[in-house]
Design a protein around this ligand. Structure first.
Ligand code: THU
Length: 131
């Protein structure tokens, strides 16, 4: 189950550096070979330079040698159900398949809804097409 991912995403959220939006987000992903990586959002005073929780988690995976994402959980302190932004959908897709599960979580209630990457990013721009 994804309860462990939710717990990791929630504790990552507590580390968010979000002094401008005051909107902490956490994410945790499991690779197809069973490794777990978590991340929080990191903002900067030059606002566009900040980045998302999902991006931090993906960076940890890449630094550990990369991999494929089997499932990922996302949680935001101030949203009952946090869905990845458009940019993160594209970044997740880079390491995912249309079947990859995305767990949309509530900070108190855990996993609220599970959707697939195929649903979140239909007709994705496919890196394989670049050759
Ligand atoms: N944020 C994420 O970390 N992930 C998302 O999928 C949506 C947005 C962050 C970025 C910014 O630090 C804050 O939430 C408010 O947009």
């Amino acid at each position: 189950m994804a309860d462990d991912l939710f717990a990791k995403a929630k504790s990552a959220m507590r580390k968010a550096h979000a002094p401008y939006s005051k909107f902490p987000v956490g994410a945790a992903l499991r690779t197809t070979d069973g490794r777990i990586f978590a991340g929080c959002n990191v903002e900067a005073v030059s606002f566009p330079e900040g980045w998302c929780a999902e991006t931090t988690a993906i960076a940890h995976m890449v630094m550990d040698g990369g991999g494929k994402i089997a499932e990922i959980a996302v949680v935001a302190e101030k949203l009952p159900l946090c869905s990845p932004c458009g940019g993160c959908r594209q970044r997740i897709a880079e390491f995912a398949s249309p079947q990859t599960r995305v767990h949309l979580c509530d900070v108190e209630g855990g996993v609220k809804e599970t959707v697939s990457m195929g649903e979140l990013l239909p007709r994705a721009f496919d890196t394989e097409l670049l050759g």
